[in-house]
Design a protein around this ligand. Structure first.
Ligand SMILES: [Cu+2]
Length: 120
């Protein structure tokens, strides 16, 4: 038997489901990219992302040394011990090019430097 209270609950649940669908449609899909540290270089020197879309950057350290991703423009500094995996999320709201380095002393001079290229 369906009571009026049950009908009301069903209506509320349907509304909630619709609302969460609408919210999900408004949120841009995150961009999944990765960057891997080796001894002593990054696997890529350029990362390409789009402005105004959240970025989920997965970091790996496949080296035998510590490495650390520093993105000064985004205030990111993540230390990676050998074997570590870390995820960094950020959104950049305009087209630009920003630099990233390994902040372990000597590693940027050795070539652990790259750029995040943000397209409009
Ligand atoms: Cu390094």
């Amino acid at each position: 038997m369906v009571t009026s209270k049950m009908k009301k609950t069903l209506k509320t649940l349907t509304l909630l489901a619709l609302l969460s669908l609408m919210l999900a449609a408004c949120m841009p899909e995150p961009q999944h990219i990765s960057l891997t540290a080796h001894d002593i270089h990054w696997d890529v020197q350029e990362l390409h992302v789009q402005a105004n879309r959240p970025v989920e950057l997965t970091l790996y350290n496949h080296g035998a040394l510590d490495h650390a991703l520093r993105i000064p423009a985004l205030d990111v500094d993540v230390l990676l011990s050998p074997g570590d995996v870390e995820i960094v999320t950020f959104t950049i709201d305009h087209a630009t090019t920003i630099e990233f380095i390994c902040s372990i002393p000597g590693h940027d001079e050795a070539g652990m430097v790259g750029h995040i290229i943000v397209s409009p």
